[in-house]
Design a protein around this ligand. Structure first.
Ligand SMILES: CC(C)(COP(=O)(O)OP(=O)(O)OC[C@H]1O[C@@H](n2cnc3c(N)ncnc32)[C@H](O)[C@@H]1OP(=O)(O)O)[C@@H](O)C(=O)NCCC(=O)NCCS
Length: 161
């Protein structure tokens, strides 16, 4: 049985490994292995993941299967009811089972006074774009990826809460 719970300090090491694995599964095909290594090292440092668990403006959850971290969501309140979905990652073996929906619902329900939610998703990440559209997000902007030297675009998506 898969359970969704608040991320705790004890999950940080397994969460870092899961993010490394899922970032490679998701982004290596269009970002390349080296760039994924660099980005995941920069953004998923244990101290940063631990700090998020203690930050009152953040909602961080893990999905556990038999105690193993297989999914994660992070959202943050950026002020005035604006919620930003910063991460939503699920091991490929668990796609298509409703766990992405459960993680998204957990993160959004942590902000009962939220007015809207935004996120950025790579244009090439077709599965995630479909998922967000089904969940009511609409395109707001198309942005050039600031970390890419080549032509790579992200969509900024938005929905009301
Ligand atoms: C994004 C994510 C959380 C969604 O969870 P999920 O369980 O896979 O989502 P679902 O299966 O409910 O929905 C995916 C949708 O994409 C569709 N889809 C699957 N492959 C697709 C493809 N290649 N192109 C277009 N749509 C596709 C599915 O049919 C489904 O649509 P439907 O619900 O209308 O049938 C999960 O796929 C994930 O973690 N992906 C890797 C990490 C990632 O990309 N995170 C988002 C970063 S912004």
């Amino acid at each position: 049985m898969i359970e969704i719970i608040r991320t705790e300090q004890q999950h940080v090491s397994a969460l870092k490994s899961m993010l490394f694995r899922v970032w490679h599964q998701t982004y290596a095909p269009f970002l390349g292995e080296q760039r994924v290594d660099h980005l995941t090292e920069m953004w998923h440092q244990p101290a940063k993941l631990a700090q998020e668990t203690a930050d009152g403006a953040c909602a961080t959850f893990v999905a556990l299967d038999g105690g193993e971290v297989i999914g994660h969501v992070l959202a943050a309140d950026e002020g005035e009811g604006h919620i930003h979905l910063m991460r939503l990652y699920l091991d490929v073996a668990y796609h298509g089972q409703g766990v992405g929906d459960r993680l998204l619902d957990a993160a959004l329900s942590a902000f009962p006074n939220g007015k809207c939610v935004t996120l950025e998703v790579y244009e090439a990440n077709l599965r995630a774009v479909s998922f967000y559209k089904r969940r009511g997000f609409v395109f707001r902007e198309k942005l050039r990826d600031e970390f890419a030297s080549d032509e790579l675009y992200e969509f900024r998506m938005w929905r009301a809460l």
